[in-house]
Design a protein around this ligand. Structure first.
Ligand SMILES: [Zn+2]
Length: 279
């Protein structure tokens, strides 16, 4: 783990890249800060998290780092030890953690459901297409253990994702008062809440027919696994959905929960028929 500091004093702000070793955008943004040494008004901790996985060009070495928090300092697993060290570094900090995906080109944020206050104070300053409340899907993830806004900056390995990460980093540092500037935007960013995983069975190949964040109607074909076409039983909003982004699932089905900081959207009557519950 590489840790550098901008400014003097004990940092209450941190930016993290490289939680996943095959997502270089956040690393580029952190290195850009270290290289350019902006004149910060508050000290900032700059962290490149999983250097071993980055060196190998893999998501992780032993375990997915963003599934094993709070970690264990005595574990045989590299990522479990690293999770424990990283959490210790982030204690008392407001954190931006940058990721990338195979599912969507523009930045969107992921926050824990009890982290919406952090999201509401920071996300209006960021150029985002959406904010995702991870709902029940926070086990082992950094969002459960730190005051963090995770941002998916774009397609894994793309120059656009790296440029987005640099821009998001600047906006975050303005939002927390470390850099000048920064205007909160009018709160028109849609808030989605994850409802369930969309599983992916073994097959010769996969396809996704729908666009993330665009409503899928009941009866619509949304994906294929080999020769099998998958049809939506109920409407949903696809999030983090891609043919090959994850091993065992296409992504998530979400509900539209409203606008960040705005009034909640009334439940989609088709999406949640009375008596049915999902988690
Ligand atoms: Zn990631």
């Amino acid at each position: 783990m590489r840790i550098e500091q901008l400014g003097d004093g004990e940092p209450e702000i941190a930016v993290v890249g490289g939680i996943h070793g095959d997502e270089p955008c956040g690393v580029r943004a952190v290195e850009h800060l270290i290289d350019t040494q902006p004149d910060v008004k508050r000290p900032v901790k700059c962290i490149v998290a999983n250097e071993e996985a980055l060196d190998q060009g893999t998501r992780y070495v032993d375990d997915d780092l963003n599934r094993v928090f709070p970690g264990d300092p005595d574990s045989a697993s590299h990522e479990r030890r690293l999770a424990s060290r990283l959490l210790a570094e982030l204690r008392g900090c407001r954190v931006l953690s940058m990721h990338s995906t195979q599912s969507y080109a523009n930045p969107f944020a992921v926050v824990a459901d009890d982290g919406l206050a952090v999201a509401e104070s920071i996300c209006p300053y960021l150029t985002l297409d959406a904010v995702i409340d991870a709902g029940a899907f926070t086990e082992g993830r950094l969002v459960s253990y730190a005051e963090v806004v995770e941002v998916e900056c774009g397609y894994q390995g793309s120059e656009e994702a790296a440029a987005n990460a640099v821009a998001i980093c600047q906006e975050f540092l303005a939002a927390v008062g470390a850099l000048p500037g920064g205007e909160p935007r009018t709160s028109d960013v849609p808030l989605y809440r994850l409802q369930h995983l969309i599983p992916k069975g073994p097959a010769s190949g996969y396809e996704v027919f729908v666009t993330n964040f665009e409503r899928v109607a009941a009866g619509e074909a949304y994906a294929a696994a080999g020769d099998e076409t998958l049809i939506a039983e109920k409407p949903f909003y696809p999030v983090l959905m891609s043919p090959y982004g994850y091993e065992d699932e296409f992504g998530y089905a979400a509900e539209l929960a409203g606008k960040l900081g705005g009034e909640p959207t009334r439940p989609d009557p088709e999406q949640r028929p009375s008596g049915a519950t999902e988690s």
